[in-house]
Design a protein around this ligand. Structure first.
Ligand code: RB5
Length: 145
């Protein structure tokens, strides 16, 4: 059973979100698209919060947020209790975000990430198991904040 993924982002991440959405649907994922729905300028905190709220409430298993750099949406998503959102810029970060941080969301920069890289990062992140042990203690400490 594949996880249900929520996606959201601003205009800077719109093109990448659309490409990722199509590809994930083709791969058989259930995708919840929470906007934005065009490349017209919008504010990234609003869309990051929509995605983070969906994950925190269990309406999706995990989330991916998009903006120009990925920085703003990652900051906004991490304001929501229960969210651990990692900005991903490499295969290694994608793996470690799962293994060490049990990231339930990732952030991608639409102006700096190719579609192929984005899909590979998502695949690595979803496939990598959480390491547990000392990482579980640290994640519990994060969850208390
Ligand atoms: C919008 O121009 C841009 O600031 C936004 O997409 C994002 O990169 C912010 O972190």
């Amino acid at each position: 059973m594949k996880v249900k993924l929520a996606l959201a982002g601003d205009h800077g991440g719109f093109a990448l979100k659309e490409a990722v959405k199509r590809a994930l649907a083709e791969q058989g994922y259930e995708v919840l698209d929470l906007g934005t729905d065009s490349d017209a300028s919008v504010d990234y905190p609003i869309f990051a919060k929509k995605c983070a709220d969906a994950v925190a409430a269990g309406r999706a298993d995990k989330g991916v947020v998009f903006c120009g750099t990925g920085i703003g949406v990652s900051m906004a998503a991490n304001k929501v209790k229960g969210i651990r959102c990692a900005l991903i810029t490499s295969d290694e970060y994608a793996r470690l975000a799962a293994e060490h941080n049990d990231a339930n969301m990732i952030a991608l920069g639409g102006r700096f990430t190719t579609e192929a890289d984005a899909l590979r990062y998502i695949g690595i992140w979803l496939a990598a198991p959480f390491g547990g042990g000392r990482h579980a203690r640290r994640v519990a400490e994060l969850n208390e904040m």
